[in-house]
Design a protein around this ligand. Sequence first.
Ligand SMILES: [Zn+2]
Length: 90
Amino acid sequence: MPVNWGGQTIYISVVWGLIFAGTALLLCFIPVITAYKRLAEKIWACPNCGHRFKPKLYQMFTLHINNARMLRCPKCRKADWHSYSSYPIE
Ligand SMILES: [Zn+2]
């Protein structure tokens, strides 16, 4: 990398800095995403109407306390604390 290019050198280092920061951030998110994917494969039960459903992955990125998650039920449209069960969908 040329040293005496002034602004050009600064521009190149900013780009590389962003690439490294992005890669580091991505690597940090991989275990989170795999854990969330596993959660999205589980059956979640609505505490309001008892409806069981498989949520979308993006729905896992929500408020959560331990195993309970703030989800919106696709049947009764009520947002409440859902918990997952290992029972299959009936
Ligand atoms: Zn419901």
